[in-house]
Design a protein around this ligand. Structure first.
Ligand code: DC
Length: 234
């Protein structure tokens, strides 16, 4: 799929709420299409980590923007994995921490912080193509993305998936608590003023509640392949 190789990259925007499967689906789609994969949440997490280390208040927009303006964050998708560096230090292992996720959610509500990350995200779109996963990819970061999908699932199903992930990592969690946590994060991500979680009007809505992972992946891959073939014939 390098019809436009060297030219404009094909951009597949993948948005949706927490634990809707964007990361796993996105990775599989990117592998299948031989595209790059960008998890933009990792960029928010990387900046959040820096703020935590510096002990900044997570609601002080101007101070955070000042700190982040002087911070070098790089993202590279290498060997099927995201390599994230903050000021030259590989921080990928730290980004999964719950404390970092919470801090990322807090700082992502601040417009100035989102501004800092815009050029960085846009610079990651390279030919032949990229799958970009986040909350505002189809609406703000790449409003002209070639393809847009919005992945959703009921909060109960997302809580089950999240709990399964925790269990696989050897952590026992209360599923009701996970569900309440997800619902609160959805509410916060959707209610914030700066780029709230919203389905772009032209995004294909994919409800994955009762759909197997492989089916979701092949739906998106086939959708993109068919559309690209149709475009190539035009
Ligand atoms: O997808 P994630 O859990 O790694 O994202 C971490 C936080 O960053 C999440 O609370 C929402 C925020 N985020 C965002 O606001 N916009 C994005 N494009 C990606 C993530």
């Amino acid at each position: 799929m390098d019809r436009r190789g060297g030219e404009e990259p094909v951009i597949v925007a993948l948005d949706g709420p927490a634990a809707s499967g964007k990361s796993t689906v996105g990775l599989a789609v990117a592998r299948s299409l031989k595209f790059n994969f960008v998890e933009t949440g990792k960029l928010y997490r990387a900046l959040a980590l820096k703020a935590l280390r510096e002990g900044l208040a997570l609601d002080d927009g101007p101070a955070l923007a000042r700190l982040f303006g002087g911070t070098r964050v790089t993202y590279e998708f290498r060997g099927g994995k995201a390599v994230v560096e903050v000021d030259g230090e590989d921080v990928a292992a730290e980004l999964a921490r719950a404390e970092v996720a919470e801090a990322a959610s807090a700082i992502s509500a601040i417009g100035e912080v989102r501004e800092v990350l815009l050029p960085l995200q846009r610079a990651l779109a390279r030919a032949p193509g990229v799958v970009v996963e986040g909350r505002d990819i189809g609406s703000v970061v790449f409003p002209n993305a070639t393809y847009k999908f919005y992945l959703d699932a009921s909060v109960a199903e997302r809580a089950r998936r999240r709990a399964r992930d925790f269990a696989a990592a050897g952590q026992n969690v209360d599923i009701g608590e996970v569900e309440r946590g997800l619902a609160a994060r959805d509410e916060r991500d959707a209610a914030r003023e700066a780029a709230p979680l919203r389905r772009a009007e032209d995004a294909v809505y994919v409800d994955t509640t009762d759909v197997a992972f492989d089916e979701v992946v092949s739906f998106i891959v086939n959708y993109v392949r068919n559309a690209e073939e149709a475009r190539a014939e035009r």
